[in-house]
Design a protein around this ligand. Structure first.
Ligand code: ADP
Ligand code: ASP
Ligand code: MG
Length: 476
């Protein structure tokens, strides 16, 4: 069995769903389990409504009509068989009725809870799954749509950012999906969300369908996980920032995880976690060019030659500075600060310390909460706190980077050469990454400079062979 996940841009229309069904058919002997995202723009549209006017009833029919029409059009375009097409349209109507009720409920009681929000945004995937499944069945393949509730993608119940309960999901996989796949069926499962112990939908964060695919690959002991996108693979950097970015043929799990965590939107930050546990290889492939090799992410012990591999950028960050002479000598101060931040639900992404100050990198959305919470420690050893807004982090990754003399100096000088001020750096903590924090306005300039200097036109000798002979399941 292998898991094939198709992103929003890969299922953006009925025509594209037909393209996807063709790819699934070509891989039928590998017993695929398909995971789908919402059609492109649908999650965004629901989210935008909830953000801007959740209590406004007048906006609901506008959203509901647009979403219904989009999916009906996709079903008509994607599915030729009248019986299958009718079934898909019927499903769309039924699912939309539920979403409509939910949206009116939220507007009526004028309260948008995290629980209602997660439920509402999960509808994009619920709608896409039956249409894609019918498109696959249209080719004479036995296919059925499953939602996370049916499959038992169980979570810890944290709305907005859930964690899966892997052993329970593994058990449910054997009960529900394994028998169906065993009979030759191709399940199409909703990405993005799971359900808590009471059956309430909890999303895995934006881009979460990659993660659901990885969770199911883990649960079903898949031979491989394929993430099908609108890009030719995991690239040296975001092609929207640097158009000359090019796909990498091969990466290690830790390189991919580090980059995904620090801004490479191509993979949900946690995608690598479950599959790396079982040594299941990931391939990032291009729906628009299915024969191209894409990127293989797997267990790589060593590399012959140290090479910079890629640079990712993450925005919407802020720095909190805690200032007071002798802070570094005060026992327990770190613990106090972290306890306070933990209580305020502020996650520290990165940090640097000196004799008289701590600098903590956090999400911009947490800044006001962090500053308010830290008022409590001001006045003693910590004399003052400062907030630096609009920060971005560049994460430069390459196996062996930390052991190579001069690599940090080179990166820093390339960034300074384009007149970008470095606000904070972090190296030494990771063997494979160097993080540089700059002002958000300088982010793209810094990424371009690093890419031009180290990644432009780089070729990967190690990877050439890997593309020709695809390694099977690794044991690690
Ligand atoms: P999907 O809907 O298939 O999950 P996403 O839009 O979430 O697709 O992710 C793919 C996008 O990620 C690309 O279109 C590209 O703009 C962006 N991206 C950012 N960094 C990278 C990178 N290093 N390699 C490839 N794509 C990247
Ligand atoms: N539809 C969800 C989102 O837009 C999940 C995903 O596409 O991975 O974030
Ligand atoms: Mg995505």
């Amino acid at each position: 069995m292998k898991v094939m996940k198709f992103g929003g841009s890969s299922v953006a229309s009925g025509r594209l769903m037909r393209q996807v069904a063709g790819i699934v058919e070509a891989h039928a002997t590998a017993r695929p389990l398909v995971v789908t995202s919402a059609m492109q723009g649908v999650t965004d549209a629901i989210e935008a409504h909830l953000r801007t006017s959740p209590h406004d009833e007048a906006g609901i029919p506008v959203l509901v009509d647009a979403v219904t029409e989009k999916h009906k059009t996709a079903a008509r375009e994607g599915v030729r068989d009248p019986h299958l097409q009718g079934g898909a349209v019927y499903q769309v109507n039924k699912i939309m009725e539920r979403l409509e009720r939910l949206l009116y409920g939220i507007a009526y009681i004028e309260e948008l809870t995290p629980k209602a929000r997660d439920f509402a945004v999960s509808f994009g995937e619920r709608l896409a799954a039956p249409i894609l499944s019918a498109t696959i069945a249209d080719r004479g393949i036995d296919s059925r749509a499953f939602d996370a509730e049916q499959v038992g993608i169980l979570t810890d119940g944290s709305y907005g950012n859930a964690t899966p309960r892997l052993p329970d999901i593994e058990r449910r996989f054997q009960e529900v999906l394994a028998p169906y796949i065993g009979e030759g069926g191709v399940p199409v499962v909703t990405g993005f969300y799971g359900v808590d112990a009471q059956g309430h939908p909890t999303i895995f964060g934006r881009g979460g369908s990659d993660y659901v695919a990885a969770i199911l690959a883990y649960a079903g002991d898949a031979e491989g996980l394929e993430i099908w996108k609108d890009v030719p693979g995991f690239m040296t950097t975001d092609p929207n920032i640097v158009p000359e970015a090019h796909p990498l043929r091969e990466m290690s799990y830790d390189e991919a995880a580090e980059l995904a965590n620090f801004g490479a939107k191509v993979l949900h930050p946690r995608t690598v976690e479950p599959v790396a546990l079982k040594g299941i290889p990931i391939r990032v492939l291009n729906t628009m060019e299915p024969e191209a090799p894409g990127t293989l992410i797997h267990h790589i012990e060593r590399v012959e030659k140290v090479m910079m591999r890629a640079v990712a950028a993450r925005g919407a960050l802020a720095i909190v500075k805690l200032i007071g002479p002798g802070m570094a000598y005060t026992k327990g101060i770190g613990e106090r600060v972290f306890t306070i931040l933990n209580r305020a639900r502020v996650n520290v992404i990165n940090m640097a310390a000196s004799q008289a100050s701590f600098a903590l990198l956090i999400d911009a959305a947490d800044l006001d909460r962090a500053m308010a919470a830290l008022e409590e420690v001001k006045g003693g050893v910590i004399q003052d706190t400062q907030a630096l807004r609009d920060m971005a982090l560049l994460c430069v990754v390459g196996k062996g980077l930390s052991e190579t003399p001069g690599s940090a100096a080179k990166i820093l000088s390339v960034i300074s050469d384009v007149d970008v001020n470095i606000e904070m750096i972090s190296l030494g903590a990771s063997d494979i990454a160097i993080d540089v924090i700059v002002h958000a306005a300088d982010r793209d300039k810094a990424v371009k400079a690093v890419h031009d200097a180290f990644l432009k036109g780089t070729t990967e000798k190690v990877a050439r062979g890997a593309a020709a002979s695809v390694p099977g399941r690794q044991t690690s």
